[in-house]
Structure formats: structure tokens, C-alpha cells
Ligand binder design. Structure first.
Ligand code: AMP
Length: 196
């Protein structure tokens, strides 16, 4: 599976953030997944990529030309790079090239990417499942806000946002959700029909 990881360009307030990002990268590599991410070499982006590269995962990094100098840094692990013209195209390429998504804590960029996937899913568009990975109750305010919007009738499907507490749990959740939306192979349709 190609796993899109959204996360901060910053490293977060404690070592736990970088450790969790590194563990997510190592865990996705151990599962045999490919990493699709924003091609950052620093902060949580860099930690995920180094964890994935350390475990031998292929990496696709997607970055707008104007962020190359600022975000790629000197410690970028080996990866295939797609250069985009802007942030919107980067988001589109990442969403198109990933089968499922995990979001670590981050800033505006991460929030923007998460809400893009969630709003596509809410409108029934073809987008992979997304799981939020908490390090230190980072995603609770967003979940609370979505619940509130649900109570006020602005959001119908408040269950789209799902929360994991460890990288292992996040990887299990996305694998399960991605398997549930896989198209049934033709042969299985026939078996299903014969069984009816
Ligand atoms: P952040 O979560 O803000 O630390 O950023 C994560 C990644 O998203 C970085 O590569 C940022 O450059 C990028 N980014 C920042 N702001 C935006 C935005 N409004 N839309 C899309 N990506 C962004």
C-alpha cells in the first residue's frame, strides 16, 4: 500500500513527537508500505522519512519548487521526488498517489491536508481512509470541534475522523479501512453471486 503521511515541518514540543514519527516510518516500512509525503528533511517530516528509509521503504516525496530550499534540508533520505508548481498541486498529487493516510500533529499545512481528505470523503469522492495519530492529545480539539459542528447540523458524518494512539494502531486501522474499500476481484463477485 502507498501510505500518505501528513505531518509538521516542525519537530514538536518534546522528543516524543520525533520518536513517534520515526516509529511510524519504521512501522510502515515493516508492513511493506511505500511512503508518500511532503519531501521534507526536517521536523516530523524528516523523522518519518528517515524511519521509513531505515526500514527499506520506497519513498515518494512531493514538494513545490518554491519550498525545495527551505524544507528539503541536508538530511533528506533517498527518495523519488515529484516537483509541483504550488501547494495545491502537491496536495492533489499526494492524495492521488496514496491509498490511505496517517496524520501526525502539524501546523496549517497538516490541517489543510487532513481537511482536504476529510471533506472529499464526506462528499463520497474516491479518497483513501485517514487516521489521525495522537502523540499528546493533539487532535482532540479538532475532534471536539467537529462534534460541535455535528450537533449544530453543519457536519453530517462526524465519524470520518478516527484517532489512533500509537503508530502500530494507526497502521492497523488504515490497513483495515483500506482493505474494506478494496474493489472485490471479478472471481469473487462470481462466488458471491453463486452463494446467493
Ligand atoms: P505544517 O503542518 O504547517 O508544519 O506544514 C506541513 C507541510 O505543509 C509543509 O511542507 C508546509 O510547507 C506545508 N504547508 C504549509 N501551509 C500550507 C497550506 N496552507 N496548504 C498546504 N500545505 C501547506
Amino acid at each position: 500500500m502507498a501510505l500518505g503521511v501528513f505531518c509538521g515541518f516542525s519537530a514538536g514540543p518534546s522528543e516524543r513527537y520525533v520518536d513517534t514519527a520515526t516509529a511510524l516510518g519504521a512501522g510502515l516500512a515493516a508492513c511493506g508500505h511505500r511512503l508518500v509525503y511532503g519531501a521534507g528533511g526536517v521536523g516530523l517530516m524528516g523523522a518519518v522519512a528517515r524511519g521509513a528509509a531505515g526500514g527499506g521503504a520506497p519513498i515518494l516525496g512531493v514538494i513545490p519548487e518554491f519550498l525545495r530550499a527551505k524544507e528539503m534540508g541536508d538530511h533528506l533520505p533517498p527518495q523519488q521526488i515529484v516537483l509541483t508548481k504550488d501547494l495545491l498541486e502537491r496536495k492533489r498529487v499526494m492524495i492521488d498517489r496514496a491509498d490511505a493516510f496517517v496524520a501526525l500533529p502539524g501546523g496549517y499545512g497538516t490541517l489543510d491536508e487532513v481537511l482536504e481528505v476529510v471533506s472529499m470523503a464526506a462528499l463520497g469522492q474516491d479518497v483513501g481512509p485517514l487516521v489521525l495519530l495522537d502523540v499528546d492529545d493533539d487532535w482532540w480539539p479538532l475532534l471536539d470541534h467537529v462534534e460541535r459542528l455535528g450537533r449544530r447540523g453543519f457536519v453530517r458524518d462526524t465519524g470520518i475522523l478516527r484517532l489512533a494512539r500509537t503508530p502500530e494502531q494507526a497502521l492497523d486501522m488504515v490497513a483495515e479501512a483500506a482493505a474494506a474499500r478494496m474493489p472485490v476481484p471479478a472471481g469473487d463477485h462470481q462466488h458471491a453471486r453463486a452463494a446467493r
